[in-house]
Design a protein around this ligand. Structure first.
Ligand SMILES: Cc1cc2nc3c(=O)[nH]c(=O)nc-3n(C[C@H](O)[C@H](O)[C@H](O)COP(=O)(O)O)c2cc1C
Length: 196
């Protein structure tokens, strides 16, 4: 056995975990989201820059505004999920760097004084954090439905500002009946891994 993580946890996080397209009515509480964040915040980012920002879309009014910016096929599930979250990258993450990287405060100006550089770094590292977030949702016993079928410019204008780049919308809840299609195949190890 090469993996030391408990097999039940492996199932919960990966083998049995699915992308849900339908949910029960059971609410997702702020306490659950906080527990998820307080776990996944430890996932690594470059220079510990931590650019992920999360906007919880809870009110019926805000949910309606979000659904308008979803692609047709994503609308019903986003309208009915117990919780929808907009995951975005903060392109001004460098302002927090002296706090986040106390042993190397010079990094803020040495590496991130230019906005295009920050945007590239923020998109990569917030996307990594989005993946940690999805796995964290699973660790809470919930299912995530990440979506990029989104009018991102519309979402940015509606919910964010020019300093934030929306990356995906994630529906969160307990999977309901008919929550998923049959599991699709994955690439095999030999198709993906080469050794030089
Ligand atoms: C970044 C990302 C974007 C996705 N966008 C959509 C989407 O817009 N609409 C949708 O129905 N599914 C979307 N999906 C779901 C994927 O199709 C699904 O996660 C994948 O097929 C694996 O499904 P499984 O977890 O059930 O095995 C997205 C998934 C990810 C990770």
């Amino acid at each position: 056995m090469s993996l030391i993580l408990d097999p039940a946890a492996q199932d919960l996080l990966f083998r049995e975990a699915r992308t849900a397209n339908a949910f029960t009515d059971e609410p997702v509480t702020d306490e659950q989201v906080q527990a998820i964040y307080d776990l996944v915040k430890y996932g690594p980012t470059a220079f510990n820059q931590s650019p992920l920002r999360v906007t919880l879309v809870r009110s019926a009014e805000a949910r309606e505004r979000l659904v308008r910016h979803m692609s047709e096929g994503n609308r019903p599930k986003t309208a009915t999920a117990p919780l929808a979250a907009i995951l975005s990258a903060d392109n001004e993450f460098h302002e927090e760097l002296p706090h986040l990287l106390p042993h190397a405060p010079q990094v803020k100006d040495a590496f991130f004084s230019e906005r295009p550089v920050r945007e590239g770094a923020a998109t990569l590292n917030a996307s990594l954090q989005a993946a940690y977030f999805i796995v964290g949702v699973r660790a809470a016993g919930l299912a995530a439905g990440p979506m990029t079928g989104v009018d991102f410019e519309g979402v940015r204008k509606e919910f964010l500002d020019d300093d934030h780049t929306p990356l995906m919308v994630v529906n969160i809840g307990r999977p309901g009946p008919d929550a998923w299609f049959p599991r699709s195949p994955r690439l095999a190890y030999d198709q993906v891994v080469t050794t030089v």
